[in-house]
Design a protein around this ligand. Structure first.
Ligand code: MG
Ligand code: ZN
Length: 225
């Protein structure tokens, strides 16, 4: 047989119930995180996207624009490395690495633990860099106030169509590495069009974290200084 589609079948009730319970528990913890952040006056931004799309670079650029870095903190999510934390550290902001082990996404429980560890008093903006993945982060809200998904020109045109849920769930879609558009033969407007096809309400912003183009628009859309 060829040219046919295989989909998850019916009758897998047990798996579905278990998954629903897990997602429900995560939602409750996300609400707790949100309350904690609100009490402290911290605005949290969940930054999602593939490995190499430019999540860390975008956060670095946004930190550079911030006029009071002592009021910025960052959580970096990754399986086992501290590469991103080391990069963020150089900007003189508070940063913690969350290592998920084998999990391919951050969840509200892990983020809650990190929030309790991080000294958040006086912090105004918290960036949470999610694990590089376009699938499950959409299903696991963390309690952040805004969700950003970063998609790079080097991924081609079809990422939004192939991974619609993460775009539907985001407030802002950042199309990054537009400085490479010509070399890659990819039209950033085409990517933007594909984002709007799956998520008509999402704010689409084109950036180059290399040159800094468009980053100020992201800061503005996020309402951060
Ligand atoms: Mg990164
Ligand atoms: Zn995952």
């Amino acid at each position: 047989m060829s040219g046919e589609v295989v989909s998850p079948g019916e009758g897998e009730v047990f798996d579905i119930e278990l998954e629903e319970e897990l997602l429900e528990a995560n939602r409750r913890l996300a609400e707790e995180n949100r309350r904690m952040l609100d009490d402290l006056g911290v605005k949290a931004i969940d930054v999602m996207g593939s490995i190499g799309s430019g999540k860390t670079s975008l956060i670095e650029r946004l930190i550079e624009l911030h006029d009071r870095r002592e009021r910025v903190a960052v959580l970096c999510g990754d399986l086992t490395t501290t590469i991103d934390m080391e990069r963020i550290k150089r900007h003189g902001v508070k940063v913690l690495q969350i290592n998920t082990g084998k999990e391919c996404h951050l969840d509200a429980n892990l983020v809650g633990k990190a929030l309790r560890r991080l000294e958040l008093k006086g912090v105004e903006t918290l960036f949470i860099e999610n694990v590089g993945n376009l699938i499950c982060p959409a299903e696991f809200p963390l309690g952040a106030h805004k969700r950003v998904v970063v998609v790079s020109i080097t991924e081609g045109e079809y990422t939004p169509l192939k991974h619609p849920y993460i775009f539907m769930d985001a407030d802002i879609a950042v199309i990054n590495k537009i400085d490479l558009a010509q070399a890659m033969g990819i039209n950033p407007d085409k990517v933007a069009e594909n984002v709007r096809k799956v998520a008509p309400d999402v704010d689409v912003i084109k950036t180059s974290c290399k040159t800094g183009e468009g980053v100020r628009d992201v800061a503005e859309a996020l309402g951060i200084r």
